[in-house]
Design a protein around this ligand. Structure first.
Ligand code: SF4
Ligand code: SF4
Length: 423
């Protein structure tokens, strides 16, 4: 049996998911990539046609199909808006994993993934180097934001235009890894920081843990952050993804006296949520939820109100946020901040998509520029989001548009302005 025949055989296992697509085309109206380039291969329906054709044996070049599946931010908007309930995210992730057998990941990318997944201690230990390297190879353009020097353009191409958020000299886990005991303890939770908070937005981690401690919640933080594995899954390396699910679930299981796993990264929540349970066949055993949902619906603390924010405020809701809780997120901002709040009219994806942005920065930039344009035109001075990846990408877009508005997290602003001692 040839490799292509084997792949086609495995793809046939997806048939029962693929047949649910009625070809109605509703997904065209929500897909950020289709809206941008009007190509059928960009949208879920087109990708489904290609996979169907592959299963039917019409297309022999399975390895070429990979690039169309790969051109997707995995925002899940097609799934969330599909009238037939097609599980597009499951189809795309599983199909990428199957097609990886014939469309191998370049060796250097596989090595980078293996280091990122398998050597988290090494990554954390390299924080001081990242910190110094950023100062040596980039110029500071805003508070905590750098831009690579032009001399790197031949090496990194269009990425030389990207604004890079500062990488502190110490990872978040160095100070907070382990058990953080609250005075007058009410309950215990696990805070899963994810890679972005561990290495980049360490201030978000500090704000969240200190806020929880302030309200009597003791917090377990992994001594070493293990990636949720989603970068591997999106690159079709499902074996690496399953390994990451295993190490994270083992850690969660090892903490017996915490009921909740909290995170401020909806993509980590997605990667270690139902998708992880489906792919690994394991149950997580503890409820995982966003920090704001926990504060609003479980902890119900007497949080500060009327925290003044200068100028108008808006919010970008991350694609992987638990959308049943979108209103909780909005209400949290309106209830605790003294500001003129309005929803963004453009409620679509910010265009980041994790590894998508690394490979397709020009496309990411086109999508995020639409958000930045609205921020500028409607005169917002404060831009909230509930995901460090979105914050990075939106900050890049707003600074590119010269609006000088950096994206931030509501709990971070609450902590810095009201809860932190001697702010
Ligand atoms: S994926 Fe859903 S929304 Fe898109 S064409 Fe198929 S049935 Fe319609
Ligand atoms: S996941 Fe997002 S980018 Fe991918 S096809 Fe669906 S709507 Fe388009």
């Amino acid at each position: 049996m040839s490799a292509v025949e084997k792949v086609v055989g495995e793809l046939k296992q997806l048939e029962e998911l693929l047949v649910q697509c009625s070809r109605c085309g509703t997904c065209q109206s929500v897909c950020p990539l289709y809206k941008k380039d009007r190509q059928e291969s960009s949208v879920a329906r087109g990708k489904m046609y290609l996979l169907d054709a592959l299963v039917e044996g019409q297309i022999k070049k399975a390895d070429e199909i990979y690039k169309y599946l790969d051109y997707c931010v995995l925002c899940g908007r097609c799934k969330n808006n599909c009238p037939s309930g097609v599980k597009t995210d499951e189809i795309f992730l599983r199909a990428r994993g199957i097609l990886r057998q014939v469309k191998k990941l370049p060796a250097w990318q596989k090595l980078a993934l293996k280091v990122a997944m398998g050597q988290p201690k090494l990554l954390a230990a390299m924080s001081p180097l990242f910190h110094i390297g950023l100062r040596a190879g980039a110029s500071k353009v805003d508070d905590g934001v750098f831009k690579p020097m032009g001399l790197f353009r031949p090496l990194i191409g269009a990425m030389a235009d990207r604004h890079v958020i500062d990488m502190p000299a110490e990872p978040f886990t160095k100070k907070y890894g382990g058990f953080n005991q609250a005075q007058n303890e009410k309950m215990r939770v696990i805070f899963y920081p994810g890679c972005a908070v561990t290495l980049i937005y360490t201030g978000w981690g500090e704000a969240i843990v200190e806020t929880l401690l302030h309200y009597g919640v003791s917090v377990y933080v992994p001594e070493v952050n293990q990636c949720c594995g989603i970068p591997s899954a999106t690159m079709g390396e499902m074996g690496l993804y399953k390994k990451q699910i295993g190490v994270n679930f083992d850690y969660f299981d090892s903490i017996k006296d915490a009921e909740y796993i909290l995170t401020c990264c909806p993509t980590c929540e997605y990667g270690l949520g139902a998708t992880a349970e489906r792919e690994s066949g394991r149950q997580r055993g503890k409820q995982m939820m966003d920090i704001i949902v926990f504060m609003a619906e479980v902890l119900k603390g007497d949080y500060p109100k009327d925290i003044p924010l200068e100028g108008r405020t808006t919010l970008h809701i991350p694609c992987h946020y638990n959308h049943a809780k979108d209103s909780v997120l909005k209400e949290f901002i309106k209830e605790h901040f003294d500001t003129e709040y309005a929803d963004l009219k453009n409620d679509g994806c910010c265009g980041f998509g994790g590894t998508f942005s690394l490979k397709n920065y020009a496309h990411t930039k086109e999508i995020s520029a639409l958000k930045a344009k609205e921020v500028e035109e409607r005169g917002y001075k404060n831009l909230f989001t509930a995901c460090p990846g979105c914050a990075m990408n939106l900050t890049d877009a707003t600074l590119t548009a010269e609006t000088a508005v950096q994206a931030s997290h509501p709990v971070v602003e609450m902590y810095r302005r009201r809860i932190k001692k001697n702010p």
